[in-house]
Write a protein that binds this ligand. Structure first.
Ligand code: AQP
Length: 331
């Protein structure tokens, strides 16, 4: 039997998980886990590149873990672990820092966007985030990295760093390929459809959170920004409606055409009511299961421990290889 290819992906616990994280990442992972040897991490070390309240960080970390499992990630098939439980990530990151250039990191769009309004309080960690991300990926000899469109540049950088290291020494890392889902690649904010839906958005009405109650989901969809055109159609002049159609399509599997056809002659409130129902049907079983898992924190921590042992084993193997090639003496 051929060995399965390796897949790595993760979400950072920088707030409550949104519909964007779910449709752009988790939902796709559930299908991919049958064909790949998957590592799904809760990347807490990435979260602290911007300020986090310790109690919120702890809460979000466990919530993400519960949401992964509740969404259908099977711990018998996939490895779900908390990044800081595998010290190889930080060690590898230091080593790779020495093979990464300030110029290439300065070109990262996400860094430029996140640091824009922060002036002197931008941490070195925020700047260096892509090198830690490269470490996350390369330690597992990853073939495929499913990410949203916004992360593509970081995967390209990972490939550059890995190729540079391989050429300098000898083949050490697999060169990973990004996989951008066609649908759900970019879910936009409900209040500002020119910006992607983000956990850290200060306007709660802009995001649907996976643990939102049914009423809140329906209310947020009802309040979502639309326009005065009044036609349910895909148009770049109707960004709010376009985003809602995209969400509808990713959840139901219906094409944009099917949806336009279905809502011909119907008003936005009719369309929004249906979309609210569709999202409630998708998310409420996940919320209920996640909340029930969160009742038993010890069990979640036990899963985290077992899975991090597995991740540690694989990551250490790559790290040892790196150190040897660099010329570091091992005991
Ligand atoms: N709006 C989105 N549409 C589609 N995919 C998205 N992802 C995030 N937002 C959307 C995908 O979710 C995965 C995990 O993301 P992350 O938490 O590691 O980082 P992020 O992309 O920075 O997520 P947020 O929600 O925007 O967090 P904050 O606000 O803290 O920066 C990735 O695959 C991402 O593409």
């Amino acid at each position: 039997m051929n060995k399965k290819q390796v897949l790595f992906s993760g979400i950072k616990p920088s707030g409550d998980i949104t519909l964007g994280n779910y449709l752009g990442a988790i939902k796709n992972w559930v299908d991919l886990q049958n064909d790949y040897d998957c590592y799904f991490s809760i990347v807490d070390l990435h979260a602290i590149t911007v300020k986090q309240e310790p109690k919120d960080l702890r809460k979000s970390t466990l919530e993400i873990m519960a949401i992964y499992i509740a969404s259908g990630i099977d711990i018998k098939k996939s490895t779900i672990f908390i990044q800081s439980h595998v010290p190889a990530h930080t060690e590898c990151s230091w080593l790779l820092n020495c093979y990464s250039y300030i110029g290439e990191l300065s070109r990262m769009t996400q860094y430029k966007d996140t640091s824009k309004n922060k002036d002197q309080n931008v941490s070195v960690g925020l700047f260096d985030y892509p090198v830690l991300m490269a470490s996350d990926i390369l330690l597992y000899q990853t073939d495929l990295v499913p990410v949203g469109e916004d992360q593509k540049q970081h995967i390209e950088l990972t490939r550059d760093i890995a190729t540079r290291f391989n050429n300098l020494y000898s083949p050490t890392f697999k060169i990973p390929t990004p996989s951008i889902p066609k649908a759900g690649a970019r879910i936009m904010g409900l209040q500002d459809p020119t910006k992607k839906m983000s956990k850290s958005d200060e306007n709660e009405n802009g995001c649907i959170y996976i643990l939102d109650s049914d009423d809140v989901i329906r209310r947020k969809i009802n309040k979502a920004v639309t326009d005065t055109v009044g036609i349910v159609q895909i148009s770049d002049d109707q960004l709010g409606v376009k985003n809602l159609i995209n969400i509808y399509s990713v959840v139901t599997g219906l094409s944009f055409n099917d949806i336009e056809e279905k809502y011909k002659g119907k008003n936005y409130s009719h369309f929004k009511k249906d979309l609210g129902d569709i999202l409630v049907a998708e998310l409420s079983p996940i919320r209920e299961k996640a909340n029930s898992l969160l009742q038993n924190k010890d069990e979640l921590l036990k899963i985290a421990k077992e899975n991090s042992d597995k991740a540690n084993y694989v990551a250490q193997k790559t790290l040892r290889k790196m150190k040897k090639k660099i010329g570091l003496i091992s005991l």
